[in-house]
Design a protein. Structure first.
Length: 243
């Protein structure tokens, strides 16, 4: 099977990290195609960044359809464009936040999230409500690091994430930590060892859930709101989205 793992930001180095991490857990028969949009924000740290990045996600899903992808992963913790992407394909589309929340509830009754900037914690809080996991999550915490520090200053970023993870363990009464950024995908084992809690990471969680859905031949339902969009004209730079 082929899983298209989409990094919604346009930082190629982060796409490489995400792709390598996905390949480490993929089953022998799974081909991982890691990609990112050509246009969009280099990092996603706000509602505005999410909205712009979502269009790039949809472009990558359209490209994946032409390459007959069997499943898609949206490798940004805001799950940008998730439902719109599901409208474009019969293949499963998994967001890393949703995937991580699901797996965290299978190993702990309570978890906390450690993400990047404090201003983006509301995005994870909204998703917890939307997906029905809010009562499992004690707190969405921020290491207060810009997303690209994960690439530019990884040692300092790791220290901040571990510090926040240790505070979560000491204060939140939790059994697990969820990492709140696709760019943290390669830090799971290091953080788990340093914090002393199980750590759930969304890229790897989403890849294994996607494999499960494909192997069970479970596809995105086309009955109701996730049916293909009604054909219509799109104008201007979006004209290629049109019928
Ligand atoms: C992510 N931003 O996973 C999110 C993290 C965040 O560029 N990739 C990004 O803070 O929402």
């Amino acid at each position: 099977m082929q899983i298209r793992v989409i990094n919604p930001n346009t930082t190629a180095a982060m796409t490489e990290t995400i792709g390598a991490t996905a390949r480490r857990v993929a089953a022998p028969g799974t081909q991982i195609v890691a990609c990112n949009p050509a246009a969009g924000p280099v990092s996603i740290e706000s509602h505005f960044d999410e909205a712009v990045a979502a269009v790039g996600v949809l472009e990558e899903v359209r490209r994946g359809e032409s390459e007959r992808a069997d499943a898609y992963v949206i490798a940004c913790f805001g799950d940008p464009g998730l439902l719109a992407a599901r409208e474009l394909t019969r293949a499963p589309v998994i967001g890393i936040a949703e995937a991580a929340f699901h797996l965290a509830t299978l190993i702990a009754t309570r978890f906390s999230v450690v993400t990047t900037l404090g201003r983006t914690t509301i995005i994870a809080e909204h998703l917890l409500q939307q997906y029905g996991f809010a009562h499992h999550c004690r707190r969405v915490r921020a290491a207060e690091i810009p997303v690209l520090d994960l690439e530019h200053d990884p040692d300092a970023a790791l220290r901040r994430i571990v510090e926040e993870g240790r505070r979560a363990k000491a204060e939140d009464g939790i059994g697990a930590i969820v990492l709140g950024c696709g760019g943290m995908a390669d830090l799971t084992d290091t953080i788990a060892e340093a914090v002393g809690l199980p750590v759930v990471e969304g890229v790897t969680a989403a890849v294994k859930l996607a494999e499960s859905l494909v192997s069970l031949r479970l596809q995105t339902s086309k009955y109701g709101d996730l049916d293909f969009p009604r054909p219509k004209t799109f104008t201007g730079p979006f004209c290629h989205f049109g019928a």
